[in-house]
Design a protein around this ligand. Structure first.
Ligand code: ATP
Ligand code: MG
Ligand code: MG
Ligand code: MG
Length: 467
């Protein structure tokens, strides 16, 4: 069965609505009630207090398609983008949730029924995992659903035991994988080759069973609950018979438009995939109120934009190009997310400003980096070089690392941090002279970078940071 992303989203939500789940619309990428969490990274985040029992709602089953970001904090897939077929910074997570209403058996039955009956996936292509000690889930899969035992594996805590944090609700989980077939490299879950693109995890069912106490004891929850998450882009790839998320309808449209704006016809280029990924995360971060800055969430946004600009530059893109892609994104996602369409202008303005600013120093920074790479002995880029690129040319560390990785090099992060600390100390000393250089330095140097030519007026400030 071939379905568009929009049809799949609707099929999922209506399937669960028909089974007593209240449809809840996607919350913001910025968690409203949790300062400890950088971004909404899963569908359950907006329901956290309901799971904890701290908040009551007038339903005990819910379904949503939640926008998620994994580009910082506990879950960070930024480094995977462009390298795997399945990871994005921004993606949509389809979920069904039970707040004490049903538990393992129904969760597994719903998932299996939806995949094999509603979406008509071939059962023989599905593989499942359960937590090592979870015999109950194992037996449901093996005896009630009838999945052959050679396609069920038991996996340890790292991948198959989920917890919200150090304390609170937690429990074993069960992941469902899809086999993309022999012509794709990779091995089934639990084997050393599992990180290939052949067996792709599509859905994770979390069985919230315990409440972990500060001393580590696990108490049974009075009302065991369920939290599930399925990546919309991954299931779309399956249904559209393609082996990479970047080949689905939505990404193909973004990639084609990006290629036209940039002026390339190399549609399989990795940089186009990165750009198509990054326009989504950057645009939705701005929709949710984040602006590029030097700290916290704003710095994550800045890092992603700069990465996109660098990938554009590799393709010979004009400046600006990234902000011009917003219209294409709105065409793809504006009807599912009216707030995106409503903020088109705000997004374009913010992206254009940032890319124009960075374009001024990008080429010079790249030239210095490629000279250094040509002269390099060994496989590690020195930390002080990475720091110079950061400080003088506005290269976030992960951008330098991304470039290094393409040349099979790594960056000396410790050296980078050392150089950063030394600079901070110099700034501290400068402030002791009785002149408030610090305010200026903070505003203009380390991260809010505009280039030395912009550091006008006070040559001492420039001197302090030149070496
Ligand atoms: P993986 O092992 O492939 O990195 P995960 O176990 O980290 O996935 P979960 O935290 O279980 O993922 O999230 C639930 C679902 O969300 C996954 O089964 C997958 O379909 C989807 N998903 C997770 N991370 C991403 C991502 N970076 N991009 C797109 N979809 C994702
Ligand atoms: Mg992951
Ligand atoms: Mg996983
Ligand atoms: Mg998982």
């Amino acid at each position: 069965m071939s379905m568009t992303s929009a049809e799949i989203r609707e099929a999922f939500l209506s399937y669960f609505a028909e089974r007593g789940h209240t449809r809840v619309s996607s919350g913001s990428l910025i968690p409203g009630n949790d300062p400890t969490l950088l971004f909404t990274n899963a569908g359950m985040v907006p329901f956290k207090d309901v799971f904890l029992g701290d908040e009551k709602r007038d339903y005990n089953r819910a379904t949503s398609s939640q926008r998620c970001l994994r580009a910082g904090g506990k879950h960070n897939d930024l480094e995977n983008v462009g390298y795997t077929a399945r990871h994005h910074t921004f993606f949509e997570m389809l979920g069904n949730f039970s707040f004490g209403s049903y538990f393992k058996r129904e969760a597994i039955e719903f998932a299996w029924d939806f995949l094999t009956k509603r979406l008509e996936l071939e059962p023989g292509k599905l593989w499942v995992t359960v937590f090592t000690e979870d015999d109950e889930a194992y037996d449901i899969w093996a005896k009630e659903i009838g999945v052959p035992e050679d396609r069920i594996s038991r996996i340890g805590e790292k991948d198959n035991f989920w917890s919200m944090g150090d304390t609170g609700p937690c429990g074993p989980c069960s992941e469902i994988f899809y086999d993309h077939g022999e012509d794709v490299w990779g091995g089934p879950p639990g084997t050393p080759e599992e990180d290939g693109d052949r067996y792709i995890e599509i859905w994770n069912l979390v069985f919230m069973q315990y409440n972990r106490q500060a001393d580590g004891t696990m108490l049974s929850l009075p009302k065991p609950s369920v939290d599930t998450g399925m990546g919309l882009e991954r299931i779309a790839a399956v249904l559209q018979n393609v082996h990479s998320n970047y080949e689905i309808d939505l990404f193909q449209a973004l990639i084609k438009d990006a290629a036209a704006i940039i002026g390339t016809d190399d549609l399989d280029n990795k940089s186009l995939r990165v750009i198509a990924d990054h326009i989504r995360s950057c645009s939705f971060l701005i929709v949710d109120g984040v602006q590029p800055s030097n700290e916290g969430r704003g710095y994550v946004l800045r890092r992603i934009i700069r990465r996109a600009v660098r990938h554009g530059s590799m393709l010979g893109a004009p400046t600006p190009f990234f902000s011009k892609l917003v219209g294409s994104l709105v065409a793809q996602m504006g009807s599912a997310y009216p707030e995106l369409a409503a903020k088109q202008q705000v997004i374009e303005d913010a992206l254009r400003r940032e890319e124009e600013q960075f374009a001024r120093t990008l080429e010079r920074g790249l030239a210095i980096l490629s000279d250094a790479i040509a002269d390099l002995d060994g496989k590690v880029l020195p930390g002080d070089l990475a720091f110079k690129l950061y400080d003088t040319y506005g290269f976030p560390l992960d951008l330098t690392a991304d470039i290094a990785r393409e040349k099979e090099l790594t960056v000396d992060e410790e050296g980078f941090n050392k150089a950063m600390n030394e600079q901070r100390q110099r700034a501290q000393q400068a402030s002791n002279f009785g002149v408030d250089y610090n305010a200026k330095i903070k505003a203009q140097s380390v991260s809010d970078f505009t280039g030395y030519d912009q550091l006008t007026g006070d040559s001492q400030v420039v001197e302090l940071f030149r070496d």
